[in-house]
Design a protein around this ligand. Structure first.
Ligand SMILES: [Zn+2]
Ligand SMILES: [Zn+2]
Length: 58
């Protein structure tokens, strides 16, 4: 049970914002996404939208 097709990735998805190669969209978790975003851009987008304070401790 070894993945023979290691260097043969059919899914070539790139982040729409930064253009980083990703396995799947970090937002909708789908390979086929027209507006795919990586985890970095997703966090940035959510951070700018929510702008929640630091809930670390306390
Ligand atoms: Zn990105
Ligand atoms: Zn998506």
């Amino acid at each position: 049970m070894t993945p023979a097709a290691s260097a043969c990735t059919s899914s070539t998805l790139a982040c729409r914002d930064c253009g980083r190669m990703i396995d799947l969209c970090a937002f909708c978790e789908r390979v086929e996404c027209a507006v795919a975003s990586c985890h970095v851009c997703l966090r940035l987008a959510l951070g700018e939208t929510l702008a929640h304070p630091h809930a670390h401790g306390g």
